[in-house]
Design a protein around this ligand. Sequence first.
Ligand code: HEM
Length: 204
Amino acid sequence: MKLFVNHFRTLEKKSLYVMYGLVNKAVEDLIRTKFSDAVWEKVKELACVDAEMFVSMNAYDDDITYRLVGAASQVLGISPEAVLIEFGKYWVNYTAKEGYGSLLEMGGNSLPEFLKNLNALHIRVGMTYNNLKPPSFNCEELDEETLIVKYFSHRKGLAPLVIGLLHGLGDKFGVEVDITQTHHQETDQYDEFRVKHYAKHTVN
Ligand code: HEM
């Protein structure tokens, strides 16, 4: 566990980018909703973040987001990767409730269709968030149940976030997903996932 935390900590201060406040607000909302206001205050304190609140349209150093994830991992006693996975799962519903529901609906009616439209979705988001540095995705259908999803990012260490997001999207489309990471940014310049998706089993 300590190793994970240290690894993640080395990513702090290394990103040159800024992240829109919408992301930090979602981290806050996740922790306040799933845990408590007191836990959020502890996380903020440990992360040395003194902002009273985050503003969606304001840009914050990436470092702040990485510090919040690192601190949440310590306070909750789970790895930063596990925090990112939970955050990814939360993001789909969070953006829907923050006014992006119709944008999500326009993305498509199935997981493969949605993933193919994800770059276009972020381009649309970039029309309001002018300095957005979005990731890009490449999605290929191997067969009816299998997708190969490549994730290219300016940032480091966020593959677990994508794993959580894919689960969140699986829930949105009512399918089970089974994810195996097949390439890693550290060695291959990008992350790649083999995503099996199939209808949820129903009990009669
Ligand atoms: C309407 C819904 C969505 C909105 C409004 C949105 C918006 C954003 C914003 C504001 C950022 C921060 C980037 C920055 O400030 O430079 C971001 C990052 C990101 N988004 Fe989206 N997004 C949405 C849906 C999704 C979905 C469904 C995925 C699924 C894979 C996704 C994947 C990511 C990832 C992985 C990042 C991390 C940034 C990086 O890799 O550099 N987003 N998004």
